[in-house]
Structures are given as C-alpha cells and as structure tokens.
Design a protein around this ligand. Sequence first.
Ligand SMILES: *Cc1c(COP(=O)(O)O)cnc(C)c1O
Length: 798
Amino acid sequence: MFSTKDAFKQQFLEKYEIMYGKSFEESTLPELYNTLGQMVREYVSHAWIETNERNRANHKKQTYYFSIEFLLGRLLGSNLLNLGVQDVVEAGLKELGVDLREVEEQEVDAGLGNGGLGRLAACFLDSLASLSLPGHGVGIRYKHGLFDQRIIDGYQVELPEQWLRNGNVWEIRKASQSIEVKFGGDIQVSYGNGPLMFHHINAETVTAVPYDMPVIGYENKTINTLRLWSAEPSQFRPDKGDVMKYKRETEAISEFLYPDDSHIEGKILRLKQQYFLVSAGLKNIVRTYLKNNDHLSDFHNKVAIHINDTHPVLAIPELMRILMDEHGMGWEEAWHITTNTISYTNHTTLSEALEKWPISIFKPLLPRIYMIVEEINERYCRGLWDKYTGDWKRIEEMAIIAHGVIKMAHLAIVGSHSVNGVAKIHTDILKEREMKLFYDYYPTKFNNKTNGITHRRWLIKANPELARTISEAIGDKWIAKPEHLSALLPFANDAGFKQKAYEVKYQNKLAFARQIKQLTGIAIDEHSIFDVQVKRLHAYKRQLLNILHIMYLYNRLQEDSNFSITPHTFIFGAKASPGYYYAKKIIKLINTLAAKINDDPKTKDLLKVIFVENYRVSLAETIIPAADVSEQISTASKEASGTGNMKFMMNGAVTLGTMDGANVEIHEEVGPGNIFTFGLTAEQVLAYQRNGGYRAIEYYHHDQSLNQVINQLINGFFPVPAHEFETIYDSLLVQNDEYFVLKDFGTYVRAHEKVGEAYRNRDQWLEKSIINIAKSGRFSSDRTIQEYADEIWGITRS
Ligand SMILES: *Cc1c(COP(=O)(O)O)cnc(C)c1O
C-alpha cells in the first residue's frame, strides 16, 4: 500500500471512508492522523509476526528492557521514516491537498516519562530494532503521562495530561494474555517431605492487561515490541468489602506517572507501580519461555533482563519467587539463574534520588517478596562477614536492609551480574566513591556504557535539511553507520559546505522564531545567538547560574554605554516537579526577568529571554535544530551523563558546559577549541564536599557585579513582593550555595565572553559547529546499544 504514491492515495481514501463513514471532503486533520496511523499499524503487522516467529524459530536470546518510564514523543513521523515510506506518503497526501507535517502535529506526545531516563529508554528501543536485535521494552501504560505545563502570571500551573483522549492508534490490547498480580495478604508455610512450600493467601489481586506497541527498525523489517501494562479489577477477586473502593484503588496503579525527576517520593502507590510492572512483566516472560522450552535451568542463556535504574529492582526477588514458589526450584539454582539474567544501570549519585523503602511500608504490601529480600540479605551479609570478619561498620554500610529500610541500589548490585554507569566520569565516581565498597567486593561487575541518542529521530527527522546537506557532501553511509559522520571533518574548512550549513541553521532559527512569535507574541531576532537551556528544572542543573549571568549582562548594558554584546536570545524550557518549591521559584524568576528586560528600550535589541511552555519531546525537536549554543552547566559530578548535550551537538550547536557527565567525552571528541568549558572540576567539587572550606558569602562580598545581581533578587529590582525570591537568595547566602553557583559565576561570565567573540567570526563559528556534527557519531545510541548487546546481554542480530 506504500509502494507507489498512487497505491497509497487509493488505500488512504478507502481506509478513511471505512473508518469514518463519510467522504474525504468532510475530513478533519485528527481524522486524517488516525487514518494514516491505523494504516501504518496494519502495514507493520505482518513483519511484526514474522519478527516474533523468526526469534522463536532461531531460539534467539531476547533482551527485555524494564523501565518505569518510556518518553516516546510522537510516533507517526519516526515510524514513516523507519519504514522508508515518508516520501511516498508526503507526495500522496500533497496531491490530496494535505500537508503531512500538519497531520503529524495532530499526534499528542506519548509522554510516559519525566526526562532523560525515560527518553533514553525510548532511544534504546529505536536502536535495538534498527540494529535487528531481539530486544523489547516493558513498562506501564499510564493513563496520564507527565503533566502539561502552563505558565500563568509567571508561575507554573500543572494540568493533567490526556494522551489517550482520542485513543492510541499504535497499541493493541491483548486481554487474553492478562496476568494476575498479588498484593498484601499472608504467607502460609507448609512442611511436606520435600522443600518448604509458601502459599500466598488473602491477597488482593489485580489484573495486568498488556497493550503492545510496535517498535519499528530502520528499513530492516524488524518489528520489536513495547509492552505496556495496564491495571484493571480482577475477575478472581474473592468477594470481600467495598467493590467501588477496590476498583478505584486498582485503577490508580496505572493512572499517573509520578512527576518527580531525580527525586523519589516514598509513597506506597509508587511501590505498587513498581511491583505491578515487574510481576506482570516477569510472569509473562516466564510463561512465554516455557511455551518454547521444557525447563527453566537454561533461562539465563535465553533471556536477559535489564533494569533501568532501581525502579524495577523487585525483578530480582520476583524472579526468585517465580522460580522457587511456582516452579519448585531450590535457592542456589534460582539465585544462579536470577543473577545471571539481570543487569542494572545506575543513573545518579544524588542522595535524594536513591530509593530506600521503609520495611513498615514494604513488608505488609509484599510479604513474600520481603521474605526473599531478607534471605538475600542474610546470605550476602554472611559472605561479607567471611571476607571482612569483624568489620561491622563496613558490613552495615553495605547491607541491603539496615536501620528499618531496604536500599534498592544495594539489592540491584547484589542481585545482578552487571552494574553500569552512563558516562565515563559517572562510572569512575561510582567505582571510586559512591559505590567503592561494592566495587572492592565485586570488581568485575562494574562497567561503563556512555549514553547515546537515536540519530534517526534527533537528526534525520528533527533536522531533515541538515541530514540532506550532510548526505550531499559525504553520501548516506552515515545513516546506517553514524560514526561515519566523521567524513564531514574536511568539510569544516569547505566554504561551500559552510555556507549551506549556515543556511540550514538560519532557516531553522527563522522557523523557530515564527513559532515563538505565534506562541508568545514576542519577536526575536533570528540573527542573534540562540542560547538554549532546555531540560528539567533542578538546582543541580543550575538554571540559576544562567539567569544570574543574564541579569549581569542587563546591568552592564544599563550602566556602561561602552559595553556591548553580540545580540543574544536566551531560551529556556523546563518543567518543575509540582512539589519542588525551589524549582518553581526559578521558573517564576525566569519569567519575571523576561518581562522586565524584553521591552526595555535600552537593551531590547541585544537581550531577550524566552521561556517556552510545556517542554517535551516534540518541542525539543524544533528547538534543538535552531540552537547555536547548548547550555550544559550542571555542578560538576552531579549530572550522570545528560543526553540533551548530545542532541544539540549532533545539530551543530556548540556546547557551553562544565566538565560533567558526557560533556567530558564531547570535549574529548571535539577538542578544546570546539567547546567552551568552565568551572570547578568534579574532583574539586567532591573535595569541597568531603573537606568543607567553601564560603559562598566571600564571593558575594568580593565580586561587585555578583553582589549586585544577588541583591536584585530581593531589593525591589523586580516588581514582585519582597519575599518572592527569598528562597533563592537564601539558598545562595544562608545555605552556603550547595551547587557552587557563586564559585563558578566568574569563569562562566568569561566563558560567555569567549562564546560571543567566537560567534562574531562566522567562519570560525561554522567550523566549530561542523566539527561538532562530524564528531557526534559516537553519541548515537546505536553505538551504546551495540555495547550493551555485546558486553552485557550477549544477544546477536536476529
Ligand atoms: C533529551 C531530553 C531530556 C534530557 O535532557 P538533559 O539535558 O540531558 O537533562 C529531557 N526532556 C526531554 C523532552 C528530552 O528530549
């Protein structure tokens, strides 16, 4: 149906009439989106079945990527791209008077994630399928994804997200494959002749219903599966108590995504979500495995299970439970299989993000799982005792259960065969500091897998003109082998190519400026530097440092008529967790600053601040191709990797950043002349944290311009009540500036001066920009996923 334009047109019109029972002339854009989506979904179904049968017939080892978040974004455009039918569809629709872009914009982002962690999972699925690897996603089908953000009077207001309002054309409900998940109740032990038997009685049962979405590989006929589980009332629930309450509580499990990023709320519903995901996911995998295999002793050679952060870590005791209680296996063998099946990625060293569950919550909700965790802990601590006899302090620190809480990261390390960090510097910090004791005990478990992004969505789809320009210069081998982008390097000195790269960026900036004008009414100068910081709002990401610098520029421009800057548009986009008071104040500050300076006659041609509402994947796809400067300014050691930094680089933005996360590796790739770095190193930050010695107030007293901007937070400079930004002021001067904003302010100002200077030399700037694109191949998630496949999962092309 997509073989020729005419075949497509005919099928499209037929499909429309079947679906809507009216003539094409009466169609609306949402209907056209649905029609096209449905056609694509049906078109892939044959290859989907074939992929599954091929894997079954070849007894291929399969990977299941368990993640509490998948931040997919829109799927129509990337599915058309990967199927290689984009051009046919675009041309066919055009003849029908329909613009494919407008149809694509009807799709609501699938926003089942907070930020980097969930987007990583989505990029990984795309790479798994595109490399023809047998790897599938397992997650939760939240009825509401991450909240929609509105800005009202400068403040963030959250609205419930409604991605399923018009249905989801990509999913298939598979009710016949539903699974029962049990919560609460009691454990009865029976003593027979053989091993002890554990019976789970009086449990509350919930039905997990799978919804499958196809994950389409790039022009390779591979269709993998993302299986999302939805919680529904069970038919098998014994008649007890209030049925409406039961229905409400059951459906609540998959109702909302928790909106906190790099921060954990210890709510019982969250623990329920986690167990719901792993129990449904694992029972399903074991059931499928046993259809094709006689016994479970070989399970770990046929199945790899990856846990994305600790949220799915209950996969470890749950697999133990299934093997022992449901299939009669002994502890030793079950432990061997479990630990060789499961691998774990750590995403952070921030203490507020490390999961710890009080036994008082955990044990009543998951009584059998708790018994197994206790047994894992006891056997493990016995091993520790053998090696570190008498060293109580060390054992206490390494234990899974201590002081009434269960430490999920410890369980993940003990119960898996691989623990990886997500950038070199992050893995080094894990090995040398945060997880040093574990690294000493299990030296071979630890390894690094630097994150990546799919170049198909983030370059070919988001920036089609740049992709075309690249292919004109070096051919299209880079599409299958992104490291081949390095063939662009000689073109960094090619006047003709530079001019084309300039025009592509200019057109992207123009398109984004038009969108901003439409959304906000603000006119921005497309010749100005587009300096962009888009990511979740977090103290450690230091949007505040960016703001203080803009205030500094504004002051200089007001006070010194000899001072001038390269015209600059500072663009922010960020959602704050609804309960994160400080982060919400930073959003108010950005918007207050924008309102103050954007219309100031003295500065309005040189300085603009834009806050784009509701930052999400589809918005990222229009902002990033328009960026000149990529702000990656986290306090060194705090950002595990970052992936936004990679998306910007691949689109020709130059990084202004600290030596943190993957910035370090970007620096290594492009060389010091093609990135602007500043600030404390991770070692210096960690040394201050260990030894003290940082006094923020000294920087406030000694740097006159810094003193001025900090005072302006509370002295009436902004037309807001005096206490509005007191929390921010206090974080710097009363709480001694935990994230070293003041310490890094001076070097940040100087780095910005260098950026402005470099930008004024267009030729030199374009050279930097092109070198960044040329060196971005290493940050394709295809490279990352091939490393996971080879070094952790042991899976090969199907
Ligand atoms: C890539 C991405 C992120 C992660 O950005 P960082 O700068 O690495 O924190 C967050 N949100 C969205 C929508 C993204 O696309």
